[in-house]
Design a protein around this ligand. Sequence first.
Ligand SMILES: *Cc1c(COP(=O)(O)O)cnc(C)c1O
Length: 406
Amino acid sequence: MNRKGAEKIQDLQYFGEFGGVNPSISDSSTYTFLSAKTMFDTFEGNTEGCYLYSRHSSPSNLYLGEALAALEGTESANVYASGMGAISAVIMQLCDAGDHIVSSRTIYGGTYAFMKNFLKKFDLSTSFVDITDLEIVENSITPKTKMIYCEAVSNPLLEVANIAALSRLAKKNNIPLVVDNTFSPLSISAAQLGANVVIHSLTKFINGTSDCVAGAVCASTEFCLQLKDVNDGAGMLFGSTLDSLRAASILKNMRTLHIRMKKHSQNTMFLAKQFESEGLRVVYPGLPSHSGHTTFTNQMNSEYGYGGLMTIDVGSLDMANALMELMQRENLGYLAVSLGFYKTLFSAPGSSTSSEIPQEEQEEMGLTDGLIRFSIGLDNDIQATYKTMKNCMVKLGILKEEALLA
Ligand SMILES: *Cc1c(COP(=O)(O)O)cnc(C)c1O
């Protein structure tokens, strides 16, 4: 298992053009060639280390890609202008018209909408299944199936995929396992557990400053080059390329990822335990009560913890909204979608990030109206955060009066 993701990132050594400690930023869309022959060869894809045009690759994007490959322990990685840019490129690269996908039913709303609605244009169908039920997953595979797709820890229900077991299933059927590892960077080394392609929305924990949108695909060099192929690479031809300036800025933020993940995990574990002991319905993979607790524990790099996401069900959408507004007024965090920020972010997924999923399907998968998703921040005094949060809940009658804390 790759327990060395963080160390590997820090071991990478870069020198800027003038000996700077950060690599120089490539500020060009196009590159000169000393000979016309080299330009031709570069178009053909046979010249290592030559840059052609920044939609294809740029030095800054390659540096960030190297760090992401080190994070997941893959041969290579490509970076994209968004997580969805990465996801759509991978799917379109692996599937042809008429093909079939077996996907977890609890996935990011945008991914769900892409598979369910957009791929219809190509007569591509998806079976959305309970990814924790390996028998259902296996029975859903048909001769047309081109991939098994899931999130290591799912959005927003925090279901945990058994990556090693899914990988064995995929291998047996000769199809790739594609894992979106956005919720659990460092904690879960998806590629080391057998995923063939690992996707990240860099927008979230990896960048960690909520100032940009970006994505990545970590995979074999062969697959990363296929995505970039000038003739039939989905990444190259859809054009969801990350800007070099932004790639350089994400690389700098990524160097503190290990410290941030540990703190996110510690703070979330503390709050999850407290609120569960108060009798609230808390979902957090770090709690023994969570259905995926054992699976997570068996496949995690334990020093990074169970991640920064938890949910609390407060009973109704009205109550969820009232609590979120009050928590924002009390400066506990922001009523905002997304995750991985230094401040806590909260939203009600049923009416926001997962609203693409029809009501009856939401109910079937256990996505209730009163569910609040928390991305817990890097609060220095989590005890104080806990007290303030608890007082908000008492004020709204979610917790009983005698719980009010001074
Ligand atoms: C946010 C998110 C995405 C989409 O990423 P963008 O950078 O917003 O395009 C995909 N998967 C998961 C799990 C996410 O949380």
